[in-house]
Design a protein around this ligand. Structure first.
Ligand code: ADP
Ligand code: MG
Length: 581
């Protein structure tokens, strides 16, 4: 383990570090500080919150600043007023032994003239929120044309809050030769875009991924259309009759609803998430340990403490937002020297996340197909045959045997086996005989000609829900994100009109999205999504928001494990979802 004194920091900083009581540098500090001190380089650094990023850029920045000059040399952009003040305070602590170094905070909701006055007194480092910064630049209240270092702190959060335009505009006022250091907990698309547009050959540091996972775990992914996720999950379970698994969902609501559907479909399943009382959670865990529950559907937070040794499968029903979380998930299996399988159900657009995970776990995923209905029937048959063979005879049945033998007396052994197995087989066979393969390739998109789907740039869509359905841009964005299982920055430029709306995604998602909405209902009505001819953001073309009539011929029924009547699962009811808003 290295020490602060080994990183190349000067005396004044070392003394301040001692005063603050920091003993050893955190991982990100250890990696970033020497690089930033030694080189004039751009940097992309990814690390979770609470890992000490402020000092990772703050120490080198302070050391590199010339406090003798009153010119503004360093600019730190940060998403909120609170963070802005916090960073400013931290930097003041770090630089307490450096005479003449001034750090000034600039943020909205406080007097702009007062902040301008502070700047005027000479601030070598300015810590700002993008909105207020933009404002002050426009009014010539701050000069950032000579900065040498620009830090984008919590870049993902800033972009998530919609500061992309402000940031790009602010950066356009800064000199080309500066170094840009980008710090972020995650690397969504828009952050990558900033890095690509505004940075030159950045050094890259990622921490928090030391844990490369158990050697005993095999990693597999299954690519399906978003709408087939649940059906895929059932098939994975049916193809593994002895499954003892933890299934991860991204939200509490998904966790609850997937568990409910599984139970309804006849599986031994239960939900584990933070909305349950401690007592309920204890009961669920007890049943899981006793194997009364085969499929435990859990959120990441709730599953953190699961220490059950013989979990055979981890199923990522959805990938986590942070790729690092995958390590924790897959670590629930392959424990205590046993082998395990970690399965991921993904849509086409998520393939890049798989690549990112592979880098972190330093292992390869195997791409597999969701088993076909007939494969599952076969597996179930062999499983049953083995089970029959292994089953210990229960002599409690002896007294009923004469009567049973009487009923079956006309059957020879061969017939008896055929009939016994047909009892089981027919159930699975009837469920699976007319089902399609669940593969996210080569399937026609009903509503849009596949040839018309752009394959690069942004795509703008028309969707026939709007304000009268209870949506505003925020709730529609949430709905799309959750329904389509997209990341928080994947849906943008959401523009809600009275009876319809528009939104954008990267072209990579277009096929999935159009495929998903071929037969998707909300409150019994078809939701129709089409590529809009309009490319831009605001405004909306006049258009009737009527629902298209369409044959709904999908034949997806309840699970074979339940004796219930088939029900079309394209017909989802999302009433409850919106009522909470
Ligand atoms: P991040 O920006 O990564 O979320 P911060 O920079 O805000 O994290 O640091 C989180 C907390 O950890 C702060 O209170 C900070 O003072 C403290 N801290 C940072 N580096 C160290 C260290 N090397 N040793 C002890 N505490 C540290
Ligand atoms: Mg921070």
């Amino acid at each position: 383990m290295s020490k602060f004194t080994d990183l190349g920091l000067n005396e004044a900083l070392i003394r301040a570090i001692e005063d603050m009581g920091f003993e050893t540098p955190s991982d990100i500090q250890q990696e970033a500080i020497p690089v930033l001190l030694e080189k004039e380089t751009d940097l992309v650094a990814l690390a979770q919150t609470g890992t000490g990023k402020t000092a990772a850029f703050g120490f080198p920045l302070i050391q590199k600043i010339n406090e003798q000059s009153r010119t503004t040399q360093g600019l730190i952009l940060s998403p909120t007023r609170e963070l802005c003040l916090q960073i400013t305070q931290e930097l003041k602590n770090y630089s307490k032994y450096i005479k003449g170094l001034n750090v000034v905070a600039i943020y909205g909701g406080a007097s702009i003239t007062e902040q301008a006055r502070e700047i005027k007194k000479g601030a070598q480092i300015v810590v700002a929120t993008p909105g207020r910064m933009q404002d002050m630049v426009n009014r010539n209240l701050v000069d950032i044309t000579k900065i040498e270092y620009c830090i984008l702190d919590e870049a993902d959060e800033m972009l998530n809050m919609g500061f992309y335009e402000d940031i790009t505009s602010i950066l356009s006022h800064t000199p080309q030769e500066k170094n840009t250091w980008l710090f972020s907990a995650t690397m969504p698309r828009e952050v990558a875009r900033i890095a690509k547009e505004f940075m030159y050959d950045p050094a890259e540091i990622t921490v928090g991924s030391k844990n490369s996972g158990s050697e005993n775990v095999q990693h597999e992914f299954y690519m399906v259309f978003g709408r087939d996720r649940y059906l895929a999950l059932k098939r994975l379970a049916d193809a593994n009759p002895d499954i003892f698994s933890v299934i991860f969902c991204r939200t509490k609501r998904d966790t609850q609803s997937v568990a409910e559907k599984l139970i309804e479909d006849g599986y031994n399943a239960a939900a584990l998430h933070g909305d349950l009382s401690q007592n309920q959670r204890d009961l669920v865990m007890k049943s899981f340990r006793n194997k009364q529950i085969q499929m435990l559907v859990a959120t990441d937070v709730a599953a953190r403490g699961i220490d059950v040794d013989d979990v055979t499968h981890v199923i990522n029903y959805q990938l986590p937002d942070e790729v690092e979380t995958y390590t924790h998930r897959s670590g629930r299996t392959g424990r205590a020297g046993k082998s395990g399988i970690s399965m991921v159900i993904i849509t086409k657009s998520e393939i890049r996340k798989i690549k990112a995970i592979e880098k972190i776990i330093k292992r390869r995923f195997e791409e597999k197909s969701i088993p076909s209905g007939m494969e599952i029937c076969e597996i179930q048959m062999y499983h049953l045959a083995n089970k029959v063979k292994e089953t210990k005879i229960n002599h409690e049945i002896d007294k009923y045997l004469p009567a049973i033998e009487d009923v079956l007396k006309d059957l020879d052994k061969e017939e008896l086996i055929k009939k016994m197995f047909s009892v089981e087989f027919t159930r699975f066979y009837n469920y699976y005989k007319d089902t399609k393969d669940l593969k996210a390739t080569g399937q026609p998109v009903a509503n849009n000609n596949p040839a018309d789907i752009p394959n690069d740039g942004d795509v703008r869509y028309f969707i026939n829900v709007g304000e009268r359905d209870g949506y505003d841009w925020r709730s529609l964005k949430d709905f799309l994100k959750e329904t389509l299982d997209l990341g928080r920055d994947d849906v943008f430029k959401v523009d809600v009109k009275e009876s319809f709306s528009f939104f954008n995604t990267d072209a990579a998602h277009a096929e999935t999205i159009l495929g998903f909405f071929t037969d998707f209902k909300v409150d019994g009505r078809f939701v129709n999504v089409e590529i809009s001819n309009k490319t831009g953001g605001g405004g909306g073309r006049e258009r009737r928001g009527g629902f298209k009539k369409r044959d709904n011929n999908r034949n997806q029924q309840r699970g074979p494990r339940s004796g219930k009547k088939p029900q079309n699962d394209g017909n989802r009811n999302f009433k409850g979802r919106r009522r909470n808003r």
